[in-house]
Design a protein around this ligand. Structure first.
Ligand code: HPA
Length: 246
């Protein structure tokens, strides 16, 4: 690879609470454009020893793009164009399963998609043939295992329910997700994961539980300030996980 190129093998997509990878040397940042539109933010190229890593914020640096308005196609496409082969997606989620309380860091292994009306595929126009990607295992096993090897504190395996947002769920909706088999709930897991698969990029998620999902563990209301406290504290731990991985 050309040393001066704006390229990287690994990319981190930062979610709520993760707007910079400040423990690394920043090499360059660029505003990229794609045939699918503009990515959520500039892409920052960072370096650790000899490893270059691309970093993009899913909601923008100012956190002003809601989950249903994120241009997931542009984000993943821009990373692909940089030569990215692996993506770690960082996400703040609600905990449904009793074994995933706030402050847990979870490496999910399954997804149920409840989102709608999002631009969710690259395969819609000018096709030679209809494409159906395999999505039996939505996250890349080897990448999940590398994350899990970093720290014994990470929870191995969970079903991530991707909801539309931006509102949080009702208690009844969470009960339905639980009956469906969901362990954690977030608003950005899809179509990000399937778009990465469409472009044949390995993809794993590092999910920080920042609240009990609606109605779980006696929760009667999800309080934003409390959630923010856990985001700020927990993302420091997530940064350590990423640092060890990189
Ligand atoms: N529901 C959906 N998305 C979330 C939640 C939640 O409870 N917490 C953080 N992201």
């Amino acid at each position: 690879m050309n040393e001066n190129a704006f390229s990287a093998q690994l990319a981190i997509i930062g979610g709520t609470g993760l707007y910079q990878l400040d423990r690394f040397e920043e090499i360059e940042r660029r505003t990229l454009t794609t045939r699918w539109g503009a990515p959520s933010s500039e892409i920052v190229l960072i370096k650790n020893n000899n490893t270059s890593v691309a970093f993009i914020t899913r909601h923008g640096f100012e956190h002003n793009i809601p989950p249903h308005k994120v241009n997931y196609r542009a984000n993943i496409w821009a990373l692909k164009e940089m030569g990215v082969k692996e993506i770690i997606s960082v996400a703040a989620v609600g905990g449904i399963s009793e074994s995933m309380p706030p402050e847990s860091i979870v490496i999910p292994d399954q997804i149920i998609d409840y989102t709608y009306s999002r631009k969710h595929t690259y395969f819609e126009d000018e096709l030679d043939a209809v494409q159906h990607i395999d999505f039996t295992e939505p996250y890349t096993k080897s990448l999940r295992e590398r994350l899990l090897a970093v720290s014994g504190d990470l929870i191995d395996g969970a079903t991530y329910a991707a909801t539309q947002g931006p509102r949080l769920e009702t208690a009844a909706e969470i009960q339905k997700l639980k009956r469906d088999g969901a362990d954690i709930v977030g608003m950005t897991g899809m179509p990000e994961a399937s778009l990465a698969r469409e472009l044949e990029i390995d993809y794993a998620c590092c999910a920080l539980v920042v609240n009990w999902a609606a109605g779980c563990a006696g929760t009667t209301k999800i309080e934003h300030p409390q959630m923010l406290k856990i985001v700020n504290k927990g993302m420091l731990r997530v940064k350590s996980v990423l640092q060890a991985l990189i």
